[in-house]
Design a protein. Structure first.
Length: 426
């Protein structure tokens, strides 16, 4: 049996990884699903050190000292810490956005390093969750701001809570389902949604503002399957287009957060770098017939009155209920399955956390190659499949399988063990 990481009672002290992970856990509790960790004081005003640190963007007239003060007091949610999300997060951290919340469900792999600029080979070797690895890098880039990381899947159950209290949501996701969900939530809460997407050498971006523009559902349609056609899984992606799209989103974020709302680009940009092509259309206004943008109220200057947020979320809940249809995705009992963009990975979600230690024991006994860190275990089986089981969540990524059904079958085999109490799939 080979091991990527040796066994120890405290996973953070395992060989070779202690130093790398020390920067991530920073002496505080481990970060798992939904739990968060912060540094610095949020929402502080600019002092003399800040004036020096941010001097080049303060000298840029449209921002100035007042814009910088607003940035330091601002808070954003970045959904996804992959290629787009990591680039967006870096722009926001370097600009001095006071509070950055970042959420991602995935872990770092060697194939990410070609374009996901916050990660390195050590992150991939240790199979670190992207949200945790990104947060550690962001803290090294800027220790004067607050970073919250969430190692979690974004679902209708947690999306509104993740967006609570932020002034802006930046789209760094890789799939239409999450984008449409976040657009719905943003329009219900009155928060601008900075959409961005890249595939191949092409990308798109638009700043969607409740009460002023159409929502994402009106712009790309509600058909997730069609919207996901031509994902990075089939067409690949080159890093320059990711940076271009992230730059388009980050520029609009700076305008909004510094209070320069009149400067916002009111267009949908569709660009290709190879072959070179640039197209731009004026964004349509809210559609009267749309339940998402038709009744959305514009974002408030400062914060969102609670009653308005609640009314918006109530409308969203009614809409979800009305559109609830049998899931086209294969399921087995309480296991939900979703095929992830970009590689042969299926995400399985159970309604209860999994006993990691017992699963690890079983996988070791089977001769699997195990990688363990404070957030997850990754096991490589003899037949080339990989299981990644997240601590504190009922979530497993299965790689090396051809479809969701095979993934469910693999997990069911893994969990249905005789004399393994509590490790069963109901
Ligand atoms: Zn709409």
């Amino acid at each position: 049996m080979r091991e990527e990481a040796c066994m120890a009672d405290d996973p953070a002290k395992e060989c070779g990884m202690a130093e790398h992970i020390a920067g991530l856990t920073n002496g505080s509790e481990q970060t798992a699903a939904g739990r968060q960790k912060e540094t610095a004081e949020p929402g502080r005003s600019a002092d003399r050190t800040d004036m020096e640190r941010y001097s080049r963007q303060i000298r840029f007239a449209p921002i100035g000292p007042e814009g910088q003060r607003r940035l330091l007091e601002a808070s954003v949610l970045i959904v996804g810490a992959g290629a787009l999300g990591a680039s967006l997060a870096q722009h926001m951290a370097r600009a001095g956005v006071g509070r950055i919340r970042i959420v991602d469900r995935d872990f770092v792999e060697p194939s990410n390093l070609q374009r996901q600029t916050l990660f390195d080979e050590e992150d991939a070797r240790l199979a670190l969750p992207k949200a945790a690895a990104a947060a550690a890098k962001l803290r090294r880039i800027n220790s004067g701001i607050a970073i919250e990381e969430h190692v979690a899947d974004v679902t209708s159950a947690n999306a509104a809570a993740l967006a609570e209290g932020v002034q802006l949501v930046l789209d760094g996701t890789d799939n239409a389902a999450t984008r449409l969900l976040m657009s719905d939530v943003c329009f219900a809460l009155g928060i601008p949604f900075l959409y961005g997407g890249a595939v191949g050498a092409s990308g798109m971006s638009a700043a969607l503002v409740p009460g002023e523009t159409a929502c994402l559902r009106c712009l790309i349609g509600g058909d997730q399957e069609a919207a996901d056609a031509g994902t990075c899984e089939t067409e690949g992606v080159i890093s320059p287009i990711v940076e271009l799209v992230a730059a388009l989103q980050a520029a609009e974020a700076l305008k909004w957060l510094t209070g320069r709302r009149e400067s916002l680009r009111r267009t949908w940009i569709s660009a290709s770098l190879w072959p070179s092509e640039w197209r731009e259309w004026r964004l349509p206004g809210p559609s009267r017939d749309c339940a998402v943008c038709g009744r959305a109220k514009p974002p408030a200057e400062s914060g969102l009155p609670m009653e308005r947020a609640e009314a918006g979320l109530k409308r969203l809940a009614v809409r979800e209920e009305a559109s609830a249809a049998p899931s086209p995705r294969p399921t087995a009992g309480p296991i939900r399955a979703a095929v992830l963009c970009g590689r042969d990975t299926v995400q399985l979600t159970l309604d209860h956390p999994l006993p990691l230690e017992r699963i690890e024991e079983r996988l070791r006994a089977d001769g699997c190659i195990i990688t363990r860190n404070p957030w997850l275990i990754r096991a490589e089986t003899g037949d080339g499949r990989r299981f990644v089981v997240f601590r504190g969540e009922g979530r497993v990524l299965v790689q090396g399988v051809s479809d969701a059904e095979e993934a469910v079958r693999g997990l069911t085999e893994l969990l249905h063990q005789p004399n393994e109490e509590g490790v069963t799939v109901r």
